[in-house]
Design a protein around this ligand. Structure first.
Ligand SMILES: *[C@@H]1O[C@H](CO)[C@@H](O)[C@H](O)[C@H]1NC(C)=O
Ligand SMILES: *[C@@H]1O[C@H](CO)[C@@H](O)[C@H](O)[C@H]1NC(C)=O
Ligand SMILES: *[C@@H]1O[C@H](CO)[C@@H](O)[C@H](O)[C@H]1NC(C)=O
Length: 370
């Protein structure tokens, strides 16, 4: 035990200059993550011929790091704030690798719903092969190296935080090109069901502390803005986001919150935290300058890409695409994903409030400024 704690402190101290009481037990000994590209730290990169190659990772890691951004993701800021190492990607584990401090099952492009759901509706979504149920299978494979037996697992999960998501964004992305927003809403109950089903399974296996993020405001997403490319003023709100799409996401998040309340009611011994990604991200588009980002007309422009209204005529990592001068001043990295700076702001909103409900346990370390 002592060795474990010391290891955490050494890792974390190189990271932030915060004062820590050495007597304090860190709030979480383990963080386990399920999700998609918003939190994939190397699964799809290990498995796919092209994923997150250069210039991904270039700003912070200085090399591709299996992440769909120029640097760290929300999950990276979270684990470090709790003094834990970056989460190893499940598919990239080496035999016997230590996973007791955490492991990541998130896979870029993954959906909440199984591939068969999309196949039945004539939608080709390859990464749906890595949907929540697949990630749950992976979890089951590795579980014996985390804990064995009811009592041992109860003890283990008492000090663990399990994140289910963000997931569901790709389910909606898969539907967007084919459906209008009214029809998108019809899929929402199925997506939510997949998330709550997964969560219930985890709870039945001993998990007692979870965080479930809602969805980002996709009406403010550079890829969606570029795809819809509407010339109608009335389609946009005062900040330049697509009204309909954000309304659909609000509906989605409301449904998710209701489902979480039901889970809380059914499992009073479990702490389920809701991460309000919607508001934590949306404030950046509403007051970009206040958070250190470029204002109009660059607020929605991807940092990596080339040409066009949103700098997306050429896709990041392909053709003549280039990186912007100051990634730290851009919210969006490649159309779909945020820059590290964007993710840092969201992570701050979760760890320091007010976008986690109920709040997370007080993190022993502050999010670094650089
Ligand atoms: C896989 O793990 C090795 C270390 O074991 C690391 O160097 C490499 O960056 C990882 N790759 C990905 C894609 O996460
Ligand atoms: C969405 O599509 C459905 C089916 O094609 C149609 O009945 C409905 O009027 C459309 N709604 C909007 C808001 O365009
Ligand atoms: C619910 O979870 C179980 C595993 O616990 C899985 O077999 C089943 O397919 C899931 N149902 C849905 C709708 O995802």
């Amino acid at each position: 035990m002592k060795g474990l704690i010391l290891f955490s402190i050494v890792v974390a101290c190189g990271f932030v200059e915060n004062v820590v009481s050495y007597n304090n037990q860190f709030p979480y000994r383990t963080i386990i993550n399920f999700g998609d590209s918003l939190s994939d730290t190397g699964n799809s990169a290990t498995n796919e011929p092209f994923k997150a190659d250069s210039p991904y990772g270039s700003t912070y890691f200085k090399h591709p790091a299996g992440r769909m951004s120029n640097g760290r993701l929300i999950i990276d800021f979270i684990v470090k704030a709790y003094g834990l190492p970056y989460l190893p990607a499940y598919l990239n584990l080496t035999k016997g690798q230590h996973v007791k401090q955490g492991v990541n099952f998130a896979y870029s492009g993954a959906t909440a719903l199984d591939k068969s759901f999309f196949d039945k509706r004539g939608l080709n979504v390859p990464a749906a092969a890595y949907a929540l149920n697949t990630q749950l299978d992976w979890f089951h494979k590795i579980k014996p190296s985390l804990c064995t037996g009811k009592e041992d697992c109860a003890n283990f999960f008492k000090n663990s935080l399990v994140l289910v998501g963000e997931i569901g964004g790709n389910d909606i992305n898969a539907i967007i090109p084919h459906k209008n927003v009214t029809e998108i809403r019809e899929f929402v109950p199925d997506i939510i069901k997949a998330i709550t089903n997964m969560t219930s399974t985890l709870i039945s296996e001993g998990v007692v502390e979870l965080a479930i993020p809602g969805n980002f405001p996709i009406g403010c997403n550079t890829y969606v803005l570029n795809t819809v490319n509407s010339d109608k003023k009335e389609d946009y709100d005062e900040f330049g986001c697509l009204r309909n799409y954000n309304a659909a996401i609000k509906y989605y998040n409301d449904q998710l919150k209701t489902a979480i309340d039901e889970l809380r009611h059914k499992n009073p011994h479990v702490n389920i935290i809701y991460f309000n990604y919607y508001s934590a991200a949306r404030r950046l588009f509403e007051k970009p300058e206040q958070y250190g980002f470029k204002g109009k007309p660059d607020t929605f422009k991807a940092c990596c890409g080339k040409g066009g209204r949103y700098n997306l005529n050429e896709v990041c990592g392909f053709g003549d695409s280039v990186i912007c001068d100051a990634p730290v001043k851009h919210i969006n990295w490649d159309g779909f994903h945020f820059t590290e700076a964007g993710y840092r702001s969201v992570a701050q909103g979760l760890l320091e409030g007010p976008y986690a409900t109920p709040p997370l346990k007080t993190p022993p370390f502050k999010i670094p400024k650089e």
